[in-house]
Write a protein that binds this ligand. Structure first.
Ligand SMILES: Cc1cc2nc3c(=O)[nH]c(=O)nc-3n(C[C@H](O)[C@H](O)[C@H](O)COP(=O)(O)O)c2cc1C
Length: 213
């Protein structure tokens, strides 16, 4: 089947892309407005884009209203320039989902999800206490692309609970962290528990040896 992008409805394109660009990591983003009111929401249009400097990005689609309006997360980041990405693991999945609920204005997602926060190291926005890892970010750039905002953040501090850091170095014990990923929408997620496969990189020399049998 072939889909003609020009003729397809935005919703169809969304469904296709989130099903094909999967699994995706999930950033549970905490942000703050200019009055210090906290906000939390998950974003799976999320990845890192460079490590030197360390840049991560989230794609925030405007909310369809009478007019299209930016979601609180994008608006807060634009106004205060800071946010924290809390890594979503199995034990945070239900709370993360509650944070995606469209609560009326003035209702705190964090309170509804019964999530407490603790101060961050370098940014004013706190991290979620129960998150096993968090990236403190300062806004690098926000690109306005159609009805979306692509927020690029520079990571300024990284928190990881000790038990998830390999004592031999700065590797993350990802097999134990149990991060989850988002699949094709429809409430579908993927676990990373007991599902690792190992495919070591090979040198050109090694590749030639294998080809020659
Ligand atoms: C797992 C998950 C991933 C999501 N990813 C995105 C995303 O990448 N971009 C987006 O605009 N909305 C995404 N959403 C929807 C937002 O979380 C939702 O619109 C939220 O209410 C926005 O909150 P805010 O207005 O407080 O920023 C996602 C929801 C879930 C449950």
């Amino acid at each position: 089947m072939r889909f003609e992008v020009e003729k397809a409805k935005p919703r169809e394109i969304y469904n296709l892309l989130i099903g094909l660009v999967a699994p995706r990591p999930i950033a549970l983003v905490t942000s703050m407005d200019e009055n210090g009111v906290l906000n939390a929401a998950p974003f799976s249009a999320y990845n890192y884009f460079s490590t030197d400097p360390p840049i991560v990005g989230i794609g925030v689609t405007d909310r369809p209203a009478v007019d299209f309006v930016p979601k609180d997360t994008a608006r807060n980041i634009r106004r205060t320039g800071e946010f924290v990405i809390n890594v979503v693991t199995e034990d945070l999945a239900e709370q993360m989902n509650i944070c995606a609920t469209d609560f009326p204005a003035g209702v705190s997602e964090l309170e509804m999800a019964k999530l407490e926060t603790v101060p961050s190291e370098l940014v004013k926005v706190p991290r979620i206490a129960r998150a096993h890892a968090a990236l403190e970010c300062r806004e690098h750039t926000t690109l306005e692309v159609g009805r979306s905002r692509i927020v690029l953040g520079r990571v300024v501090s990284i928190y990881v609970e000790d038990r998830y850091v390999d004592p031999a170095g700065s590797y993350i014990r990802a097999e134990e962290l149990h991060a989850i990923g988002r699949m094709n929408g429809l409430g579908a997620y993927v676990r990373t528990r007991d599902s690792f496969i190992s495919i070591p990189r090979i040198s050109y020399e090694e590749w030639k040896r294998r080809e020659q049998g």
